[in-house]
Design a protein around this ligand. Structure first.
Ligand code: MG
Length: 398
């Protein structure tokens, strides 16, 4: 068996942000593509690599291949407009003796010799094979209803696998795949074309670690894997930096002993309530203003005016949920929240865990992302008859 691997690095994929196509992002001392090529070349059955890159990257890719001291032959060719065009260009560079052809994504740098061997053996024996991993999470079919999504029920996952690369083909099958690719609509992978050509594609075990580096998070994880536990400084220009937004909220309410105390979405027994048009929940109000302010979406008074009878005695946690839906629609999510409650009573420490839970549920974040601290108004008698809240929220795009 003479196995050749076409490494598809034709994409200009800059979804990670920055100007650098992902295959050129550094992972340790080498670009991602260098890891992928070394990993493919390490498989004993692999006799050669065909690296497909954009025309403008050919010299750079040749330099990289030369520097890697690969234990097999290699060639670099220019890619095409679509994935299947790039693969066809790679196919044209295969030597006649290539009896099994694997296609592998440049953005899967952690492929192992075992996975390559399994795919190559199955392709040799059965014509076509892909590496894939089973789906472990419960899978939901979802209806997208604009602002919200609704679950339509679970999809049986026993039949569901996530396709990885390499995908492998006996040479005769691969030639059919390439021919079909010339005239077919865009195909997301080569196995799809083999299936369309009427071939059965064997599914062999992939590996969870054989990830495709697609998002900035994937990239940071990949850097960690390469560096071990202590990642070195990242190339800040290469990684998409999250958009960070900070917001501050403030509220103060006087006490109203005729009302129950609502604070951070919970009812606090044996404590005087707070005055106000809504339920008087000053923690929710300050947090609402912090998250709205961070996203520059106005403030609670503008969204829910206290002149509007609709908000009389309103549940302030529901108002926070409503405001946060707007923050999410603007593309942001809470990273963390810090809240200070200045009051003589109630004592905040004992009720802080419950408040954190309630706020976390409204903000779809972990309770650990929320801090609540109590302060007594020492030496500020004017604050003795009020409850004052300061909140600072950090949002990221997510
Ligand atoms: Mg208020």
């Amino acid at each position: 068996m003479s196995v050749y691997v076409i490494v598809a690095a034709g994409g200009q994929g800059t979804r990670l942000g920055g100007e650098t196509p992902k295959q050129w992002l550094p992972l340790g001392a080498r670009p991602m593509l260098g890891h992928t090529l070394s990993a493919c070349a390490a498989a004993p059955d692999v006799a050669g690599l065909v690296v497909v890159v954009p025309e403008s990257d050919i010299a750079r890719a040749e330099q990289l291949c030369a520097s890697l001291d690969l234990p097999c032959g290699w060639r670099v060719v220019a890619g095409g407009a679509r994935r299947q065009d790039s693969v066809a260009n790679g196919a044209a560079a295969l030597p006649p003796e290539a009896s099994v052809v694997l296609v592998h994504d440049a953005a899967r740098p952690f492929v192992t010799v075992d996975v390559i061997r399994r795919v190559a053996d199955a392709a040799r024996d059965h014509g076509a094979a892909i590496a894939a991993v089973p789906v472990h999470d419960t899978v939901k079919r979802v209806e997208d209803a604009g602002e919200r999504r609704w679950s339509l029920g679970s999809v049986p996952r026993e039949e569901l696998f996530l396709a990885q690369t390499p995908q492998g083909f006996r040479r005769d099958v691969f030639d059919e795949v390439v021919a079909l690719g010339h005239r077919a609509e865009d195909a997301t992978d080569e196995a799809t074309l083999a299936e369309r050509a009427g071939h059965r594609v064997e599914v062999v075990a992939g590996e969870p670690g054989n990830v495709k580096v697609t998002t900035a998070h994937d990239y940071v994880e990949a850097v960690r894997r390469v560096h071990g536990k202590s990642p070195g400084p990242l190339d800040a220009t290469a990684v998409a930096r999250p958009r960070l937004r900070i917001g501050v909220g403030y509220d103060s309410h006087g006490f109203d002993v005729t009302r129950a105390l609502k604070l951070g979405g919970i009812t606090v027994p044996d404590a005087p309530g707070l005055s106000g048009h809504s339920d008087g929940d000053a923690v929710c109000h300050a947090v609402t203003d912090a998250v709205l302010g961070a996203a520059n979406l106005g403030d609670i008074g503008g969204l829910f005016p206290d002149t509007d009878p609709a908000w009389k005695d309103a549940d302030s946690l529901a108002l926070l949920r409503e405001a946060y839906a707007r923050v999410r629609a603007a593309g942001y999510a809470v990273e963390n929240l810090d809240v200070v409650v200045v009051c003589r009573r109630p004592k905040i420490g004992p009720i802080a865990p419950s408040i954190r839970e309630r706020l976390a549920s409204a903000l779809h974040c972990a309770p650990g992302a929320i801090s609540i601290k109590g302060k007594t108004p020492e030496a500020t008698p004017a604050l003795a008859d009020a409850l004052v809240v300061h909140a600072v929220a950090l949002l990221t795009d997510g």
